[in-house]
Design a protein. Structure first.
Ligand code: FE
Ligand code: FE
Ligand code: ZN
Length: 301
């Protein structure tokens, strides 16, 4: 089976999904993930169907399967918080509708943060919110992302993710997105990834796994930091990440890079460039590039 690998791309109003596909192709990716607007706010513009249709055409020409494309919900929305709960539910409902308008059937969501202190109440709020959001006729699965456990984040263990899933009435519309940086930072030893997958399978069930975020980490295991690093440049290391990416049990699951941009100063202006073309090349070759940073700086002139 062919590796399904892509990266986080941006959805801009002028080209919308078409721009996402073009950006993904510039990285030689065969899938991608995007926010349907700025992740730090909830301003959203209308979906333009003519751009969506053009995007589909370009995807077809390049063998990109819409079933492997992912939307990421904005991270400011917090279903765990009783304040703004109604707003969070209605905003995420409209976000699911936007996914559906674009023909995308997977939306990754950070479960939430227990900002009010009590984790049990937070989890109950998340369950209540998801049941309201998923009571719809859209074919969109919400994938709960495994979190690093920074601050009061919910979803730092498979058990906690499963507690949420158990409360969901619409089991066929709830899944999980596993983020390699986050599970490392949460305390899982990814150097024995088969063991991690076995644990995932026994607690949640591997059939629930719909997306993998492939990131290295700037911090050691159990640091609860959530700072992504370029592939092979962090604590997870290149070989461990390759073992995860090529693991047979998850070969049909889309893998998405969310690694940091590389900065470069020209004419005393600092700019940041995407690492994905070169990281995807390393991954396809299964060969670490120790000149990654300078290759990126030289390529984007
Ligand atoms: Fe995320
Ligand atoms: Fe992630
Ligand atoms: Zn993260």
């Amino acid at each position: 089976m062919e590796l399904i690998i892509g990266a986080h791309v941006s959805f801009k109003n002028d080209k919308q999904l078409l721009g996402c596909v073009q950006e993904a192709l510039s990285y030689k990716a065969n899938t991608f993930m995007f926010y349907t607007g700025a992740p730090q706010n909830t301003n959203r513009l209308g979906i333009k169907d003519e751009l969506t249709l053009e995007a589909y055409k370009l995807m077809k020409e390049n063998n990109i399967d819409l079933n492997n494309v992912i939307v990421h919900a904005p991270y400011i929305v917090n279903l765990a918080n009783s304040k703004n709960f109604d707003f969070s539910v209605s905003f995420l409902t409209s976000e699911v509708e936007r996914c559906s308008l674009l023909g995308i059937n997977k939306m990754v969501l950070h479960p939430g943060s227990a900002v009010e202190g009590n984790r049990d109440i937070a989890i109950n709020n998340i369950i209540k919110g998801l049941n309201l959001i998923l009571d719809n006729n859209y074919n969109v699965t919400i994938c709960l992302e495994t979190m690093a456990g920074k601050g009061n984040e919910i979803g730092k263990t498979f058990e906690e993710i499963n507690r949420i899933i158990e409360g969901i009435k619409f089991k066929d519309k709830i899944g999980v997105c596993l983020d390699t940086c986050h599970i490392n930072d949460a305390g899982y030893d990814i150097s024995n990834f088969d063991k991690v997958l076995d644990e995932f399978d026994s607690i949640i069930g591997l059939d629930k796994l719909k997306c993998i975020h492939v990131n290295d980490s700037k911090n050691d295991i159990a640091s609860h930091k959530d700072r992504h690093e370029n592939i092979g440049y962090g604590y997870l290391g290149f070989n461990n990440l390759i073992n995860i990416i090529y693991n047979k049990k998850i070969e049909n699951i889309p893998k998405i890079l969310e690694t940091p941009y590389i900065t470069k100063t020209d004419d005393s202006k600092e700019r940041a460039y995407p690492p994905y073309l070169f990281e995807i090349e390393m991954i396809r070759n299964k060969k670490f590039n120790d000149n990654l940073i300078s290759d990126i700086r030289n390529y984007y002139k």
